[in-house]
Design a protein around this ligand. Structure first.
Ligand SMILES: Nc1ncnc2c1ncn2[C@@H]1O[C@@H]2COP(=O)(O)O[C@H]2[C@H]1O
Ligand SMILES: Nc1ncnc2c1ncn2[C@@H]1O[C@@H]2COP(=O)(O)O[C@H]2[C@H]1O
Length: 416
């Protein structure tokens, strides 16, 4: 038998491969489990939001599960449950509604063949001419498990986006133009992007109004379509931003009080996304780096003085690299381009004519001397174990380390 993957499966695998390439996870199995749980939840959220639309077309997306059938039931409720399980598949060739499924759900008859076991191969000897089996992923009701990530949302098995409202073509076009290119949306697949856009609520605020108050609980995340806002921490102005920017993510990500007060400095048109949809859809994609680096940055002694906001911005700018034992990471005399934080592993620092002068391990850092003093690299750094580092480019180093720079200067190993 020639086994060929459907286009849909190939696209899904390609997406997955890209994610692995970008994250370079040390624990591939945990990463994969988290990733597919998240995909599953996104897909279900997308379907749940559209359930009424399908119900109107007599398509049952969420049949009662086998689990509910195995519980003792009255004869009446049993027959009700059974009839809802015997739904008509939207994937049957002649089903007039099958074309409502887009991206990963619609299949032409040829593709469908690839998804189907042949009649002979069906586990329970399916009868000829009976409804073809559904693709593995169809049961939108199936359970997903909780991921192990610190910032990962709780389990949202019962979650349905509360604020889902299909936008008009005109609104979609406008949103696509004004905020569709924002970094938040770039990382989303088309289903998730559409779900997020349809969950956005339009909010107009007057010049001078307080949109967020420091210390309050987080409810919404905001994207600015028109207007400008100022940010205050403890009554000191720390920032301002305008169209295309976004704010209000910190309290939703970390379940912490609002870190700043946000005040409109002109009449503003904002798009608000509720906390759950934010956590469910955006957190794992657009803010993935923050999730990935949160533990590392929190535990690095040199970064102790950074606020949650500083750490979040720093995480956005980091990249991951893995070095094998014996690999040179920095060569003495080269020009300095990056600063390195060791997530795990071990490195030797050596100098021409002096040999090994220092040994560094988990949660240490290196590569700061050249960047702080605008000098060539002062030593060679070589991995002695498999070593995973987070790297920060020169411009990020100058912009994003804030008060940690003073600590780096104080600890400069070449000062003595
Ligand atoms: N310097 C800053 N410190 C904290 N929050 C800031 C700062 N600049 C902008 N903000 C934004 O202000 C928002 C206030 O609410 P959050 O804490 O949810 O998320 C915060 C950030 O998105
Ligand atoms: N005693 C040391 N002398 C020079 N560099 C050191 C020493 N100990 C650790 N290092 C690190 O090795 C790095 C080599 O590149 P940089 O000079 O940019 O920054 C250097 C420091 O981070």
């Amino acid at each position: 038998m020639v086994f060929s993957l459907s286009k849909e499966s190939q696209a899904e695998l390609q997406l997955f491969q890209n994610e692995i390439a970008a994250a370079n996870p040390s624990d591939l199995l945990q990463f994969s489990a988290n990733y597919f749980n998240q995909r599953l939840e996104q897909q279900r959220a997308f379907l749940k939001a559209r359930e009424p639309e399908f119900r109107a077309k007599n398509i049952v997306l969420f049949p009662e599960t086998d689990e509910s059938l195995s519980r003792p039931q009255s004869a009446q409720s049993q027959s009700r449950s059974r009839s809802s399980v015997m739904f008509k598949s939207p994937f049957v060739n002649e089903d007039p509604h099958s074309n409502v499924f887009k991206n990963g759900f619609d299949m032409d008859p040829h593709e469908q063949d690839a998804h189907q076991l042949s009649q002979d191969e069906q586990p329970h000897g399916g009868e000829k001419g009976s409804t073809p089996p559904l693709p593995m992923h169809f049961n939108a009701q199936r359970r997903t498990s909780v991921s192990g990530e610190t910032l990962q949302p709780n389990n949202f098995d019962d979650w349905t986006p509360d604020h889902y409202k299909e936008k008009s073509e005109q609104q979609l076009e406008r949103l696509e133009k004004s905020i569709g290119n924002n970094f938040l949306f770039n990382k989303l697949d088309s289903d998730s992007k559409r779900l997020v856009i349809n969950c956005l609520e339009e909010k107009s605020v007057r010049n001078g109004s307080t949109i967020i108050k420091q210390g309050d609980q987080g409810d919404y995340f905001y994207v600015v379509e028109q207007g400008t806002v100022d940010f205050y921490v403890n009554d000191n102005k720390v920032n301002s931003s305008g169209p295309g920017s976004s704010f209000g993510e910190l309290a939703l990500m970390y379940n912490s009080p609002r870190a700043a007060t946000v005040v409109a400095t002109s009449d503003c048109l904002l798009w608000a996304l509720d906390r759950l949809t934010f956590r469910k859809i955006l957190l794992g994609s657009s803010f993935k780096k923050r999730l990935m680096y949160d533990d590392l940055l929190k535990t690095m002694p040199v970064l102790k003085s950074l606020t949650t906001y500083d750490r979040a911005k720093l995480a956005d700018a980091l990249d991951t690299k893995i070095y094998q034992p014996g690999e040179t990471i920095i060569r003495e005399g080269d020009q300095g381009e990056n600063f390195y934080l060791i997530e795990y592993g071990a490195v030797d620092v050596s100098k021409e004519g002096q040999g090994v002068i220092n040994k560094l391990k988990d949660h240490d850092y290196f590569g700061e001397v050249a960047l702080l003093n605008d000098l060539p690299r002062q030593a060679t750094v070589t991995a002695t174990k498999r070593t995973k580092v987070a790297t920060l480019g020169k411009s990020g180093f100058q912009r994003l380390l804030g008060p940690a720079v003073d600590v780096l200067k104080l600890n400069d190993p070449t000062r003595h």
